[in-house]
Design a protein around this ligand. Structure first.
Ligand code: ATP
Ligand code: MG
Length: 362
């Protein structure tokens, strides 16, 4: 028998429900590996970074953290943020630091409608809906450019500037990524989202690059939509969507909207990809640390488990990812739902149900 392929995964549960859903996701992924007939295994190393680490050390992650992460096959992340640390410090000190240092410039956020989950859309055919938001993940509104106290006038007269950065290379690579993804899907369509009527420099450049890349892909249907109109379209005509590509901020907002339409933020998975594979990619649920429910066993683990499925695809195990999706569908279809979906199941109940579904499916 060939020895199993062992993938080295760095787990960073970080804060709040991040810890609960990473533990759940690891249990499900280990069950899947254990059930693979020895085909593959995970070798996990857990890192204790996050807001508690910050309280002890004054930094969100170890100084040599990036060095320690760089040779892993992937990073499995929970959620960052806690009320004791300003959000911009915790986010930039850990999650965005990893994303930017490892050039994870494409953030892929699929929206799946699941059986047994009531969407607020209440369309008869919601389980037929599925789309992917591709988020530019390295620049745009998250470039960190700007400053405060620019007027020099002090309290009451403060001026702050927050600039966006759009490079032709940055726009083009993520737009091309979206087209490549569209070509793998049943519906070959890319919707580009900007606010280029009001943001007349960077987003106009984005629109121009989109038109140029679209011309190279005559087999893919395209549309260019303003973000306000796209928000309405998500709700009113979601069946027209397949791949939606947008800048960092717009895509973040749209993907929360998408996951809420699918039933809950707790369902949404994401992959922060370094498509060149020079650095590890990072897989995490879209939701945050949810301090309102943290530590009580209430968190929905499906977003984290679905992120595990995206990790399996990235590691070259698409059949195993599909198995995991079937287990998720079997679990929601059986009505085993956490509170965010109107159910009474705990994180552990859902985790056990997922593992049972895997054992039944083989
Ligand atoms: P971030 O800024 O990190 O994106 P956020 O402020 O958007 O965080 P979340 O922490 O994602 O907020 O929480 C938003 C709401 O969704 C909260 O009411 C939270 O309880 C709920 N929520 C988030 N994740 C889950 C989950 N896994 N299961 C159930 N409910 C969740
Ligand atoms: Mg959020």
């Amino acid at each position: 028998m060939t020895p199993p392929r062992t993938f080295r995964i760095a787990a960073i549960p970080a804060d709040g429900v991040g810890r609960e859903v990473v533990a759940a996701g690891r249990a499900v992924l280990d069950a899947l590996a254990g059930d693979s007939g020895g085909a593959f295994a995970f070798d996990w190393e857990e890192f204790p970074w996050g807001c508690e680490y910050y309280a002890r050390t004054g930094t969100m992650m170890a100084d040599d953290g990036l060095e320690r992460l760089k040779d892993f096959d992937a990073i499995y992340f929970g959620a960052v943020g806690w009320p004791t640390v300003p959000d911009h410090i915790s986010l930039w000190g850990l999650r965005l630091r990893i994303c930017q240092s490892f050039d994870q410039w494409a953030n892929v956020r699929p929206v799946h409608f699941l059986p047994g989950v009531v969407s607020p859309l209440r369309k008869a055919d919601t389980t037929e809906l599925d789309w992917v938001v591709v988020r530019e993940n390295s620049e745009g509104e998250y470039a960190g450019l700007g400053g405060r106290n620019l007027s020099g006038r002090g309290p009451g007269g403060e001026v702050a500037v927050q600039s966006s950065l759009f490079t032709e290379v940055g726009c083009e690579r993520v737009i091309r990524f979206a087209f490549d993804l569209a070509r793998t899907r049943d519906r070959r369509k890319v919707s580009s989202v900007t606010k280029s009527n009001a943001q007349q420099y960077g987003m106009v450049l984005w629109d121009e690059v989109f038109r140029r890349v679209a011309a190279d892909h005559p087999d893919v249907e395209t549309e260019s939509v303003l973000v306000d109109a796209m928000s309405a379209k998500f709700v009113l005509r979601p069946e027209e969507l397949s791949v939606v590509v947008a800048s960092n901020l717009n895509a973040d907002i749209l993907s929360d909207l998408g996951s809420a339409l699918a039933g809950s933020l707790g369902l949404a998975a994401s992959a922060n990809l370094n498509p060149e594979r020079r650095f590890p990619s990072m897989f995490e649920p879209v939701h945050g640390s949810a301090p309102d429910i943290a530590g009580r066993g209430l968190a929905n683990p499906i977003g984290a488990v679905g992120s595990g499925a995206l990790m399996l695809e990235h590691l070259g195990l698409p059949d195993q990812a599909a198995r995991l999706h079937r287990a998720i569908e079997a679990t929601t279809a059986a009505g085993i739902l956490t509170g965010d979906l109107g159910g009474t199941a705990s994180t552990d109940d859902v985790t056990k149900a997922l593992i049972d579904a895997l054992a039944r499916s083989t």
